[in-house]
Write a protein that binds this ligand. Structure first.
Ligand code: CLF
Ligand code: SF4
Length: 414
């Protein structure tokens, strides 16, 4: 039985601003294939320190997804939404439908949410509805094919590949027809728009008016994330001021989402706290530094044997272990000896160098260089790539969330 949509709306962290810091969503990455190519998308890079749509550290089968939901639900009782948002297009993957079926059967209390490019939506709207989906997002960046052709590469539809204006026309036509059908069925439709300065920024108000007329519930204008290896890698993201100005103007026509976190395809937790690395598949993290407490667990930092030991802690303010390895703005280095921890220095990291793609790898290597005199690193989370790199360098990694103190260091007593 599907939960009442009104009731579910109040607990949906993306659709309701009031819910965003109280209820969690979990994305299950069961959909690796895509049927179009957006000029800003590159799904090649895979690292849990890289947070943007299209990125995941693992792809799950529908059965694995259900198993993972069981584990997450136990740890996160305020989980309210299961979303399928990639890493490709959910509707281009039959696994999406199998997952929805299994999840709705086992967890009728959870709300189902799907995010799609909309190409296959007219053919699947009824199917999604019948499986219990009431919250649907379409990422739509243009309503004019002349603008659309600058954003999309190829479009694959019914065994043929289209490009240029023809491809954009096909996609936009299906998006509009799909949105109309979903609204008619009574779904809460959200439109995500990627704002690309110089390409669609001036066209967005017209697009918003068009989708508003179709009866969408809310619109979300996201900034372009320029990603290496894509056509738009050299383009700039809009400034926060430019985006705010556009959102303010469009808000006169439609409800505007302003709390989006541009989540990964495997994001888990409240919108502001991604806990996906805590629940990674056993063995997916090469250094064995997976979740902290609910599986076999990371190796604890050993402070005996070889005398003084230097440990780096990922902490933004010095008091709490609150950062991932790749996105930490600062590490505090401690020397541990004879059951004591003595503060040595703070290492400040230039996070502006943390750009998706190969520069991201350089960023990770630079941090490892800065912490080269440390034998162990304590972080809130870490992805497979940095974990492997640290393992190669002989470092011990500990995943820990909580205060920087004796327990974080693995020391006994208070
Ligand atoms: Fe996921 Fe999207 Fe559903 Fe939310 S995300 S499928 S509607 S449950 Fe939310 Fe993440 Fe922004 Fe998406 S913050 S990227 S809007
Ligand atoms: Fe990437 Fe999504 Fe565009 Fe497909 S629809 S190319 S997964 S951004």
């Amino acid at each position: 039985m599907v939960r009442g949509t009104e009731e579910a709306l109040k607990e949906h962290p993306c659709y309701s601003k009031e819910a965003h810091d109280k209820f969690a969503r979990m994305h299950v990455p069961v959909a690796p294939r895509c049927n179009i190519q957006c000029n800003y998308c590159n799904r090649k890079y895979d690292c849990s320190n890289e947070s943007r749509p299209g990125v995941t550290s693992e792809v799950l089968s529908p059965e694995e997804a259900v198993e993972k939901i069981r584990a997450v639900k136990e740890k996160i009782p305020y989980l309210s939404v299961i979303g399928i948002a990639g890493p490709g297009d959910p509707l281009a993957n039959e696994e999406t439908f199998r997952t929805l079926e299994l999840v709705s059967r086992e967890f009728p209390d959870l709300t189902l949410c799907v995010s799609t490019n909309g190409l296959a939506l007219p053919h699947n709207a009824q199917r999604l509805y019948d499986l219990g989906v009431r919250f649907l997002t379409v990422t739509m960046n243009a309503s004019d094919p002349a603008v659309g052709e600058m954003i999309y590469g190829k479009v694959q539809w019914e065994g043929k590949t289209y490009s240029g204006k023809e491809g954009a026309e096909m996609l936009l036509r299906n998006q509009l027809a799909g949105i109309e059908k979903c609204v008619e069925l009574g779904m809460m439709v959200k439109i995500n728009i990627v704002m690309v300065p110089g390409i669609n920024d001036e066209h967005i108000p017209e697009l918003v008016k068009k989708v508003k007329a179709l009866g969408v519930y809310i619109v979300n204008i996201l900034p372009l994330i320029p990603v290496e290896g894509t056509k738009f890698s050299g383009r700039r993201a809009p400034t926060p001021e430019e985006r705010k100005k556009l959102m303010d103007a469009c808000e006169l026509d439609v409800r505007m989402m302003r709390h989006c976190r541009q989540c990964r395809a495997d994001a888990i937790g409240l919108l502001g706290e991604d806990r996906s690395s805590e629940f990674m598949k056993m063995g997916s993290c090469q250094a064995g530094c997976g979740p902290s407490s609910d599986r076999s667990g990371p190796s604890l930092v050993k402070v005996d044997e070889k005398g003084p030991l230097r440990i780096a802690v990922a902490t933004s303010g010095g008091k709490i272990v609150d950062s991932g390895f790749g996105n930490a703005p600062r590490f505090d280095v401690y020397e541990i000896s004879e059951d004591n921890a003595e503060f040595l220095r703070t290492v400040v990291v230039d996070t502006s160098k943390n750009v998706a793609g190969s520069s991201h790898k350089e960023h990770i290597e630079n941090i490892a260089d800065l912490l080269d005199d440390c034998s162990a690193i304590i972080v809130k989370e870490i992805g497979p790539m940095p974990a492997k790199l640290l393992e190669k360098r002989g470092k011990t990694v500990r995943i820990y969330s909580g205060e920087v103190g004796r327990s974080a260091f693995g020391l006994r007593g208070l």
